[in-house]
Design a protein around this ligand. Structure first.
Ligand code: ADP
Ligand code: MG
Ligand code: MG
Length: 964
C-alpha cells in the first residue's frame, strides 16, 4: 500500500472530513492497492477524459455482448441479457438457496446486487440475502419519500426466508441473525450511503450472540460498531462524537489500539455509545431490529438525493438511472478471532496486469477496517503463511470468476472461522499498461477474442504506455507542491529555468531544465524544445505551451495557478516554499502534479503486447492515421508509432531557429517587394532543407504542408533589446522598427492578417514556400526518395481565395520544374484547410479548386463558438463546473454543433468532387471520442500529434468494430 494512501486513511478515524475523503476515493475505485496514486488527482479537463474513457469501455462492452450474444451468454453474464425473470412491480429479489436475479439485471438490482446474485448462481460462497430494486427507490421518491406500500411486508417475508436458510432468527436473544445493509446503484457511485454492518443487535441479542459464539468480546465489538455506524450513517451523528467516547475508554484502560480493549471495556463502550447516540439523536438507539432495518433502508434511499450524490451524477453526466438498490445480506464475521479476517483483491495486478491475485487482507477484522488504516493490512500474497487453505480457495475463486466473467475482477471477501465468503465482485479498474497486458493474456488464454480485446482497452489510456511516467509507488504527498492542468503527458525532472534563452543555454551545457513561465509564446519554442518539461502558471489545456508540448510529446503542466514566478530573481514560490535554479523539481504532465525533488521514472515499453494490440487495431480499422509533425525527428517518431503520412506540417516553427528569425524579421519589416524577396531568398535554403528532411523521414507517404499561417507580428521582437538588434541589422533607426511593430500589431490577431490572407497580400511568401517544396521534391526524386508533398492553403473562407492561390501555386510549380529541367511528373496535390465556418458552408464551391480538404477543427471550434482558445481558461473551468459545457470543446469535438459543419463540409465537398480526399488535423484527431465521430462521418484519415498516433489507431479500430 502506498504511503500516501495509508496516510490519508489513517486520518479517517480522527476527522470525519478525512473519513469522507477516504471513503469517496475508495468508492470511486481509486484508492485501491495498486491503483496509481496519480489517478486520484485530476483537473476537470482530464476528468472528462477519464469519464469518456470509461464510457467508451462500457459501451464497447455492451457492443460486444450484442455481437456475440450466443457465445457470451454463458460467459459474460455481466453484459448479456438476463436469464432470470424480471417481474413487473416486484420489489425484492432474493439471492441464496433461491436466486431470483442475475448479473444482467444491473439497472434493476444495482451493480452490487446483480453480481451478488450472479456469484451465488455460479456456486460461489455468498452469504444469502436480498436486493430491494432501484425501481423501489424511484417509487419512494414518487411517494414523497415514503416507503412504498407493501415493501416492509415483503422485507419481513424475505427476512423470514433468510432466517430459515441460516437457522437463526432476527433479534433473537439466543443465536441472532445479523445483516448488513448496503447501497448500490447501477453504476458505482461515491456519495451513496455507507454500509451498515451487524444490524439486528440490541441489548438482548448481543448477549445471545456472545453465548452462541462463545466469544463475548466479538459480540460487543460487533454491537459497538453497529451503534457507531447506525448513528453515523443513518442518523448523521458526527463520527467524532463516538471517537471521543472511545478515546476516553482507551485512555482510562491505558491501551492504545482498539484490539487491545478487553470485553468489559467494550461493554462499557457500548453503553457510552448509546449515550452519545441518545444525546445526539434525541431518542434512544432503536432496540427493535425491524425498526433498525426500516430506518436503514430509508437512509439508503435518502442518500440517492444527497447533495454529493447529485453532484457526482451531474459531473459524470449520469442520467436515466432509477435510483439506488438496497442489499440486505446476512453477515459473515471476519472479526471472530485469528482464524477470521477480511480483504479486498484484484484477480490480476491492476497496475501491471500480472496474472496473480493482488490485494490486501486483515486478520480478525470487519468490513472497512482494511481501508480504514487503523491497522496495517498484509498483502494477499502473504496469505498462505497465515492460512494455506484460504489462499488456495481464493485462487480457485479467482479462476471461477475469470472463467465466468472473462475479465479481471475486483473483489471483496470475508473469512469467518476458516470459511471464505464473497461479498462483492465487479470489473476491475486498471492502468493502460494493465489493460493491454490483461487483454492480450486473455486472448492467449482463449477467454476472449481479438476484437473483444481491442474493445477492452480504453484508447486514451495508451498514453500511459508511450511516455515515461513516475513510479506510482514513489509519489508522496509531502513532496507534492501543487497540481496544475495535465496539459501534455509524461514525466520530467529538472532544474527550473525562467526564460527560453536561459533554458537553451543551460540545456546546451548539459543541464536538465524545466522551463517555468507564466505562459509561453512562439518566441519561446527554442527554450521549450531544449527543456525536459514545461510548467506554466497561467494558460489552459489549449494554451500555446500545451499545444506545442503535446505536439512534441513533451511533458507539460499548465495553469498551475499556485505558482508565483519571479523571473528576474530566478525563483518561483509555491505554497510557502521557494525554488531556485539549483533546486530539482519533478512534473507529471499526465496528472498535473508538481513535486519537489527528483522522482524516479519508468520508461515505456513499445514492443510485445503493445505491438500486438497495434497490429490487431490495424487489421480492423478503416480510418487512416497520419501525424502532425514539423521536424524530421517528429516525423520519424510518428512513423515508428505507425503514422502513414503527415496530415499537417506547420511551417512557422521553421522560422524561429537561429538566424532564420532575423531573415524573417527582415522580410516582415521590408518596405518594398524587392527587399522582401531578398529576405525570403535567405530563408529558401533553410525551408528546402527542412522539407527534404521531412520527405525523407516520411518517404513513400504523403506529407501535407501548410503554408505560413500565423499573423506576422508573432515573429516580431517585442522587447527593446531585440528591436535594437533588428534596427542595427537592417541599418535603420530603432524608432522606425518600433513604429512598424506597432503598426503590425492587431487587436485580434487570431482573426486578423494571417493564413491565406498573407499569401494574397504578400504572394512572394507563398512563392518562396512553394519553391522550397518543389525543389525539395525534385531533389528527393533525383535521389530516388519518393516524396509525396501536398500543399495546403490555410484559413480559406471563400472559393476566390483558393482559386487565386491555387493558380499562383501551380504557376510556381511549373516555373521551378522548368528551371530545374525536371520533366518527370511531380504529383503535388493542392488543397485547403476547412477551419472557417464559411468554408464548410460553401464547401461545394471551394471543392472546385481543391484536391483535398483537411478540417482544422481547432480554429473551426474557436470560430464556431466564438471562443479564443488562448483565453478560454478564464471561464472554461466554471463552464464545466456549471455544466454549461459537457466538456472542453477543444479537446473533444463538439458533436452537436461543430460536428455539423464537418458533416456539411464533407457532404458538400464530395457532392462537388466525389474523389475529394478528406482528413482532419486538429487536436481532435487524437481524441478517441472524436475519432469515433470522424469514422462515422466517413473521413479518409485523422492526423494527430506523434504520441497520439497509437491512440488514434486503436480508437479507429474500436469505431470500426462498434459499427460492424
Ligand atoms: P462499498 O460500496 O463501500 O464497498 P460495501 O457494501 O461493499 O460498501 O461494504 C463494504 C464492506 O463491508 C465489504 O467489503 C465487506 O467487507 C463488508 N460487508 C458488507 N456486507 C457484509 C456482510 N454481509 N458480511 C460481512 N461483511 C460485510
Ligand atoms: Mg464494496
Ligand atoms: Mg488554423
Amino acid at each position: 500500500m502506498s504511503k500516501k494512501k495509508r496516510n490519508s486513511a489513517s486520518n479517517k478515524r480522527s476527522t470525519p472530513a478525512h473519513k469522507k475523503t477516504t471513503k469517496k476515493k475508495k468508492k470511486a475505485g481509486n484508492a485501491r492497492p495498486g491503483k496509481p496514486a496519480s489517478a486520484k488527482r485530476h483537473g476537470p479537463a482530464s476528468k472528462s477524459k477519464k469519464v469518456q474513457a470509461r464510457t467508451t469501455r462500457k459501451s464497447a462492452a455492451k457492443k460486444v455482448s450484442k455481437k456475440t450474444t450466443k457465445k457470451k451468454t454463458k460467459n459474460q453474464s455481466n453484459a448479456s441479457p438476463s436469464r432470470k425473470r424480471i417481474v413487473a412491480g416486484k420489489m425484492i429479489y432474493a439471492f441464496g438457496i433461491k436466486t431470483e436475479g442475475d448479473g444482467a439485471m444491473r439497472d434493476l438490482l444495482g451493480g452490487k446486487g446483480a453480481n451478488l446474485a450472479e456469484m451465488t448462481s455460479i456456486g460461489l460462497p455468498v452469504p444469502p440475502g436480498f436486493t430491494i430494486t432501484t425501481e423501489t427507490c424511484a417509487k419512494y421518491y414518487a411517494n414523497k419519500k415514503r416507503l412504498p406500500k407493501g415493501l416492509m411486508q415483503d422485507v419481513k417475508a424475505h427476512m423470514k426466508r433468510l432466517e430459515d436458510q441460516r437457522g437463526k432468527s432476527f433479534g433473537s436473544n439466543i443465536d441472532p441473525l445479523l445483516v448488513s445493509v448496503r447501497s448500490g446503484a447501477a453504476v458505482s457511485m461515491p456519495g451513496m450511503m455507507d454500509t451498515i454492518l451487524n444490524l439486528g443487535l440490541n441489548d438482548k441479542s448481543v448477549v445471545g450472540l456472545a453465548k452462541a459464539t462463545g466469544n463475548a468480546r466479538f459480540a460487543y465489538d460487533a454491537y459497538r460498531r453497529l451503534i457507531n455506524m447506525f448513528g453515523n450513517v443513518v442518523m448523521g451523528v458526527h463520527h467524532d462524537r463516538f471517537e471521543h467516547a472511545f478515546n476516553q475508554i482507551k485512555s482510562k484502560l491505558g491501551v492504545k489500539h482498539d484490539t487491545d480493549v478487553p470485553t468489559e471495556g467494550l461493554k462499557e463502550l457500548c453503553d457510552a455509545y448509546k449515550h452519545v447516540y441518545e444525546r445526539e439523536v434525541g431518542s434512544a438507539f432503536p432496540q427493535n431490529p425491524m425498526k433498525q432495518l426500516q430506518l436503514a433502508i430509508e437512509a439508503v434511499f435518502g442518500s440517492w438525493d444527497a447533495e454529493k450524490a447529485i453532484t457526482y451524477r451531474r459531473i459524470e453526466g449520469m442520467t436515466g438511472l432509477n435510483g439506488t438498490a438496497v442489499n440486505v445480506q446476512s453477515m459473515a464475521f471476519g472479526n471472530m478471532g485469528d482464524d477470521s479476517g477480511t480483504g479486498v483483491a484484484f484477480t490480476r495486478n491492476p497496475s501491471t496486469g500480472e496474472n496473480k491475485l493482488y490485494g490486501e487482507f486483515l486478520i480478525n477484522a470487519q468490513g472497512e477496517d482494511v481501508v480504514a488504516g487503523i491497522r496495517t493490512p498484509r498483502p494477499v500474497a502473504e496469505m498462505p503463511k497465515w492460512n494455506r487453505k484460504m489462499y488456495a480457495q481464493l485462487r480457485a475463486i479467482k479462476k471461477t470468476l475469470e472463467d465466468h466473467y472473462a475479465d479481471m475482477q475486483d473483489i471483496e471477501f470475508t473469512i469467518e472461522r476458516g470459511e471464505l465468503f464473497m461479498l462483492q465482485t465487479r470489473t476491475g479498474k486498471r492502468t493502460g499498461a494493465a489493460a493491454v497486458k490483461v487483454a492480450c493474456d486473455m486472448v492467449r488464454e482463449k477467454r476472449i477474442d481479438e476484437k473483444t480485446a481491442l474493445l477492452r482497452i480504453p484508447a486514451g489510456d495508451l498514453t500511459q504506455l508511450l511516455l515515461p511516467s513516475f513510479d506510482p509507488s514513489q509519489k508522496s504527498e509531502d513532496k507534492l507542491l501543487t497540481t496544475g492542468l495535465p496539459a501534455s503527458p509524461g514525466a520530467s525532472v529538472g532544474h527550473p529555468a525562467f526564460t527560453a534563452a536561459e533554458a537553451v543555454e543551460r540545456a546546451h551545457a548539459g543541464e536538465k531544465v524545466i522551463l517555468v513561465r507564466n505562459e509561453t509564446s512562439p518566441e519561446d519554442v527554442d527554450g521549450m524544445h531544449s527543456a525536459e518539461g514545461i510548467l506554466t502558471s497561467t494558460g489552459g489545456m489549449t494554451s500555446h505551451a500545451a499545444v506545442v508540448a503535446r505536439g512534441w510529446g513533451k511533458c507539460c503542466v499548465a495553469g498551475a495557478g499556485e505558482i508565483h514566478i519571479d523571473e528576474k530573481g530566478g525563483t518561483f514560490a509555491v505554497n510557502g516554499q521557494t525554488f531556485g535554479r539549483g533546486d530539482l523539481i519533478s512534473i507529471d504532465g499526465s496528472t498535473g502534479e508538481v513535486f519537489s525533488g527528483s522522482m524516479p521514472t519508468i520508461e515505456p515499453e513499445l514492443s510485445g503486447n503493445f505491438a500486438k494490440v497495434m497490429r490487431w487495431a490495424d487489421k480492423y480499422r478503416t480510418l487512416g492515421v497520419r501525424t502532425n509533425a514539423d521536424t524530421p525527428a517528429d516525423a520519424q517518431r510518428a512513423r515508428d508509432f505507425g503514422a502513414k503520412g503527415i496530415g499537417l506540417t506547420r511551417t512557422e516553427h521553421m522560422f524561429f531557429e537561429g538566424y532564420r528569425i532575423t531573415a524573417m524579421r527582415e522580410m516582415i519589416l521590408a518596405k518594398t517587394t524587392e527587399q522582401r524577396e531578398a529576405a525570403l531568398e535567405q530563408l529558401l535554403p533553410f525551408q528546402r532543407e527542412d522539407f527534404i528532411g521531412i520527405f525523407t523521414a516520411m518517404k513513400g507517404y504523403p506529407v501535407t504542408i501548410r503554408l505560413l499561417d500565423p499573423p506576422l507580428h508573432e515573429f516580431l521582437p517585442h522587447d527593446d533589446d531585440a528591436m535594437h538588434k533588428v534596427a542595427h541589422n537592417q541599418g535603420v533607426d530603432v524608432g522606425e522598427v518600433r513604429k512598424l511593430v506597432a503598426m503590425l500589431h492587431e487587436a485580434n490577431p487570431m482573426m486578423g492578417h494571417r493564413g491565406c490572407r498573407l499569401a494574397i497580400t504578400y504572394p512572394e511568401i507563398l512563392a518562396m514556400q512553394v519553391r522550397a517544396i518543389v525543389e525539395a521534391a525534385i531533389e528527393c526524386a533525383n535521389n530516388k526518395i519518393k516524396a509525396i508533398p501536398e500543399i495546403m492553403i490555410p484559413l480559406v473562407g471563400t472559393h476566390q481565395e483558393l482559386s487565386i492561390l491555387r493558380a499562383h501555386t501551380e504557376r510556381v510549380i511549373d516555373e521551378v520544374k522548368k528551371e530545374h529541367g525536371f520533366k518527370r511528373k511531380l504529383d503535388i496535390k493542392i488543397g485547403t484547410m476547412i477551419e472557417i465556418p464559411r468554408a464548410s458552408l460553401t464547401a461545394d464551391e471551394i471543392a472546385e479548386h481543391a484536391d483535398f480538404f483537411s478540417f482544422g477543427t481547432n480554429d473551426l471550434t474557436q470560430l464556431t463558438f466564438g471562443y479564443s482558445r488562448d483565453d478560454i481558461n478564464s471561464f472554461l473551468p466554471e463552464y464545466l463546473r456549471k455544466d454549461v459545457l459537457p466538456e472542453d470543446p477543444f479537446q473533444s469535438l463538439d458533436q452537436s454543433g461543430v460536428a455539423q459543419l464537418v458533416t456539411m463540409g464533407i457532404e458538400k465537398g464530395r457532392g462537388q468532387r466525389p474523389d475529394l480526399r478528406i482528413g482532419i488535423c486538429g487536436e481532435h484527431g487524437g481524441d478517441p471520442k472524436s475519432v469515433h465521430f470522424f469514422h462515422r462521418a466517413g473521413l479518409d484519415y485523422v492526423s494527430c500529434s506523434p504520441f497520439r498516433v497509437p491512440i488514434a489507431r486503436l480508437a479507429a479500430a474500436q469505431a470500426a468494430l462498434m459499427s460492424e
